[in-house]
Write a protein that binds this ligand. Structure first.
Ligand SMILES: NC(=O)c1ccc[n+]([C@@H]2O[C@H](COP(=O)([O-])OP(=O)(O)OC[C@H]3O[C@@H](n4cnc5c(N)ncnc54)[C@H](O)[C@@H]3O)[C@@H](O)[C@H]2O)c1
Length: 453
């Protein structure tokens, strides 16, 4: 239940000004953090002819954007160029310009620390920067995924260091982001948007703001509830993926094809939703977000077992793929893994995207290198592997050419089922193919040399 609607009589001059500017679309929107989440937000407001200032600490990203170049595949450079050329959008690292903005949307990273605990340094740092430039009449919305209570207990107190008062001088809320890179069907502009705030004026301002770019807003009773919605959506995925990963192990032992089972179960028109097994979780969300809740739950002396168990099962999947590879090399090719030439097919964390953050392919490659294998990879979206904190030894490794000869490898491991791959050619030329995505069967190809993992 959202809080009771605001009363116009409760509006002070600053609130009335904010709502008027939003209604007239004369507001300026500031977006802090121009990554996979922030850039689509910029583009969405720009396409509704709202002026946007984008803030980032990465000078190279700012330069590219102001030159009209996009670094995210699903956003065309032409779209960015159109918005920068006519002045609708400008990117900057001059945070003093936050003062110019009426609504400020925070889309900075929320990773885990080395000890797998929430790392709020980006939210806190942004809050401190913002508090130095905050002025009366501004709306601040946090979109970064985080545990319930972050907006109320962390962000608002930091913003209060400005000397201004939340709910009187400025307003704050939380709205989770549902961005799904590579999804052709749904995008920010076609999905309902959840909004949560702890006072009715903030909620009204958010409803008007996001009403400009989404088909429907879903107002909630508090910022904590909205924070919980995002975690629930991602925990739902993590737990269900773990379930099918576990079923894969059980059914494989029984010589039953788990993908055939899932496709058949999905014909039930109610009460079932298909999730698919794979080499392990990847990306910036599903492997990370659930642990924001488990960490917070400890404060309430609760250990959410489902979430921990799902994490355990999903984390073990890359090792399972390595096990299957080692056994298959031995049984089918009479070869040990040490010295074997292994090709990893697809290193992005999911199909048709270029993002390798937390990708299980990197874990599998690192494990195989440790066992003495010679590793190469092919991925048309990832020409070379960027530096990552967890897999520094792989950084700089380049993809083999698209038309390379697969026959020189002892085995290939399909980690990502990009549409661009020629699965038929792979099966025809590579002596052994380990398939973690059921990509070969989905492509309508068959081969005695294919092992599902
Ligand atoms: N990627 C997704 O699909 C997705 C989906 C839903 C939610 N989220 C959440 O959205 C948030 C952002 O994720 P992302 O994928 O866009 O991350 P990202 O790494 O792609 O982008 C974050 C951007 O913030 C910038 N940045 C870092 N510190 C900053 C600072 N102090 N001030 C200004 N800019 C700063 C970085 O340079 C980068 O450009 C995270 O909380 C994430 O969990 C991501």
């Amino acid at each position: 239940m959202p809080p009771p609607p605001f009363q116009s009589a409760d509006l002070n001059d600053a609130a009335a000004d904010l709502l008027r500017k939003t209604a007239e679309r004369s507001l300026i929107v500031g977006v802090i953090g121009l990554g996979y989440v922030g850039l689509p937000v910029v583009v969405a407001f720009g396409s509704r002819r709202v002026r946007v200032i984008g803030f980032d600490v990465d000078a190279e990203k700012i330069r590219q954007l102001n030159e009209g170049r996009s670094y995210i595949r699903q956003i065309a450079s032409a779209v960015i160029a159109a918005q920068t050329t006519d002045g609708r959008f400008h990117a900057t690292d001059d945070f003093a310009r936050l003062t110019e903005c009426d609504a400020i949307i925070i889309c900075v990273p929320t990773p885990l620390t080395r000890h797998r605990e929430p790392d709020l340094q980006y939210i806190e740092g942004t809050g401190r920067t913002l508090s130095r430039h905050l002025r009366r009449g501004q709306l601040v919305v946090l979109e970064s995924t985080t545990y319930p209570g972050t907006t109320q207990d962390v962000l608002i107190p930091i913003l209060g260091e400005s000397g201004l008062r939340c709910g009187t001088d400025f307003w704050v809320g939380f709205s989770p982001e549902r961005e799904d890179p590579g999804n052709q069907q749904y995008s920010l502009g076609t999905m309902p948007k959840v909004i949560g705030a702890d006072d009715p004026i903030a909620l009204e301002a958010m409803a008007q703001l996001y009403g400009l770019i989404v088909p429907r807003v879903v107002p909630l009773s508090s910022s904590r509830t909205a924070e919980a919605v995002k975690l629930t959506e991602n925990i739902f995925r993590s737990v269900n993926i773990a379930l099918v990963n576990e079923l894969k192990l059980v059914y494989t032992a029984m010589n039953i094809d788990v993908w055939e089972v899932i496709d058949a179960a999905a014909t039930k028109p109610f009460g079932y939703m298909p999730f698919y097994p794979g080499p392990g979780l990847g990306g910036h969300c599903i492997p990370i977000d659930p642990f924001y809740l488990t960490w917070k739950a400890r404060e309430y002396e609760i250990t959410p077992k489902f979430i921990e168990l799902a994490g355990e099962i999903n984390t073990a999947m890359p090792d399972h793929v390595v096990d299957v590879t080692v056994k298959s090399l031995s049984l089918r090719r009479r070869k040990g893994v040490t010295g074997a030439n292994i090709l990893v097919v697809g290193v992005a964390y999911k199909k048709n995207v270029e993002d390798v953050r937390e990708s299980p392919a990197l874990k599998i490659m690192t494990r195989l290198v440790a066992l003495g294998a010679h590793i190469a990879y092919i991925d048309p979206f990832v020409p070379y592997l960027p530096r990552t904190r967890s897999f520094p030894t792989l950084s700089g490794l380049a993809s083999i050419a698209n038309d390379a000869d697969f026959s020189i490898y002892d085995t290939a491991i399909i980690c990502t089922d990009h549409d661009a791959f020629d699965y038929n050619l792979l099966v025809q030329t590579c002596p052994l193919v380990i398939d973690t995505r059921n990509a070969i069967a989905r492509a309508g190809v068959q081969g005695e040399n294919v092992v599902k993992a």
